[in-house]
Design a protein around this ligand. Structure first.
Ligand code: ATP
Ligand code: MG
Length: 409
């Protein structure tokens, strides 16, 4: 459907004229051949970026020079972005960034891409152009580097992670042996990559429908340990149970939860991991909450659990409960006596997810008003009031707390 969309036709009409040529390339071609949704539409053209800009301007099409030094212009039609990139050829690479020049040769452009399944083009007639054997690999779900694996990996070590990412999403059976060997050999080079690129690839890998097999091979190749040494202690044993639980319980696949399931909740190590991978603030908070989450006693009353939620926050407990429920759920398959335990964890989970932190009905102002002079004692008294209020399951109202305060001073 995307291929015959009027917006795409306009791109073809705009750039497939007067000596120019444009084709859809990469993920959009790959996904549509696999019968999957395309996330975005990348296009390749023989025209220079300034020519793409000029033609867009004449036609009244919005064009943004999103990466002019890489030759990328984003055309926006009917609110949809089309990334149009001028054909390229590599000039020089050092394994961290490639230096590129513009070109006009489709085969050269194809051969500088990473994987055969990512190097297919489709023209305006919907004809697929395969210059690297990508069609056969799509058919057999083979994730394979274009050309000599070892050489391609050395040009850009991020391709190690891309190999496993695309294997997680589209591969079947075992990973291509040459690719796997090249990735294993290059593992020590991953630490030289930009953290942002690594984390973005890792998150995409972890977002696959079932990243279990890819993680297994990644671990086998010594690549997982390079990127996430924090996973060494637990390994990836929890992944299959978590994926099964996501499906059984209707949880939205969550790359962060999946990562949490393989990194033990150690505050220091997870803070280091977040810093090293330069994850976002919200993601850092997620891992900090996981690391700080207390273990949940075998039998806990709702009231005691509410106090735990108040004192620890819900986020870390939600993570812990989900992971615990996934583990017991999986064990249940061989031990029905665990059914009750899974049900209990799920009930607590629902309680944690619905949790709204109650607000202490008194404040420092009340303590001052009661005649306590400003100073550290105000905070101490307030703390004692709060402790009593929490211990009493948040039942005491404002009047009761003020009366308690007066009795304290
Ligand atoms: P997605 O569905 O995740 O967007 P995609 O195939 O479009 O998949 P992108 O990362 O968006 O992947 O890259 C677009 C295209 O650019 C790829 O299909 C590939 O041809 C090429 N490419 C991207 N990154 C690299 C790389 N590091 N080395 C070589 N080619 C690359
Ligand atoms: Mg893409």
């Amino acid at each position: 459907a995307w291929f015959s969309a009027p917006a795409l036709r306009r791109v073809f009409d705009l750039l497939n004229a007067d000596g120019g040529e444009v084709r859809v390339v990469g993920g959009a071609v790959r996904n549509s051949l696999m019968g999957l949704q395309a996330s975005d539409i990348d296009m390749a053209t023989t025209l220079l970026p300034q020519e793409v800009m000029a033609r867009a301007s004449t036609a009244g099409i919005k064009a943004v020079a999103t990466g002019i030094e890489h030759g990328t212009v984003t055309l926006i039609i009917d609110g949809k972005p089309f990334e149009v990139t001028t054909l390229r050829r590599d000039v020089e690479t050092d394994g961290r960034h490639a230096e590129v020049a513009f070109g006009t040769d489709w085969k050269v452009d194809a051969e500088r891409r990473d994987l055969t399944i990512n190097a297919l083009y489709a023209d305006a007639a919907g004809e697929v152009i395969d210059l690297v054997g990508g069609l056969a690999d799509i058919e057999s779900r083979t994730v394979r580097f274009i050309g000599e694996a070892e050489k391609r990996v050395a040009e850009d070590y991020l391709r190690v992670l891309r190999f496993f990412r695309f294997f997680a999403w589209y591969g079947s059976g075992r990973p291509d042996a040459d690719g796997l060997r090249a990735c294993a050999r290059a593992r020590s080079k991953l630490s030289g990559l930009s953290a942002e690129r690594v984390w973005a690839e890792m998150k995409k890998l972890l977002s696959a429908e079932d990243p279990g097999r890819a993680l297994l091979w990644m671990r086998q190749a010594g690549v997982l340990t390079e990127v996430v040494p924090e996973s060494e202690k637990w390994g990836i044993d929890a992944i299959p149970g978590l994926i099964a639980a996501e499906r059984a319980f209707g949880w939205k696949p969550d790359p962060l939860l999946r990562l949490a399931s393989i990194v033990p909740p150690n505050a220091e190590r997870l803070a280091e991991m977040a810093k090293r991978l330069r994850v976002s603030k919200a993601e850092t908070a997620f891992f900090a909450a996981w690391a700080a989450s207390p273990t949940i006693p075998a039998a806990i009353a709702d009231t005691a659990f509410d106090r735990m939620l108040y004192r620890n926050g819900a986020a870390g407990l939600v993570t812990r409960l989900k992971l615990a429920a996934a583990v017991t759920r999986q064990k249940t398959e061989g031990d029905l006596s665990l059914l009750a335990e899974t049900a209990r964890l799920k009930r607590l989970l629902a309680r944690a997810e619905a949790w709204e932190k109650p607000v202490l009905p008194v404040s420092g102002a009340d303590v001052l008003e009661a005649g306590v002079p400003a100073g550290p004692r105000v905070g101490e008294l307030l703390q004692r009031l709060e402790d009593g209020w929490v211990d009493g399951n948040f039942n005491a109202d404002r009047a009761t707390l003020v009366a308690r305060l007066k009795a304290m001073i």
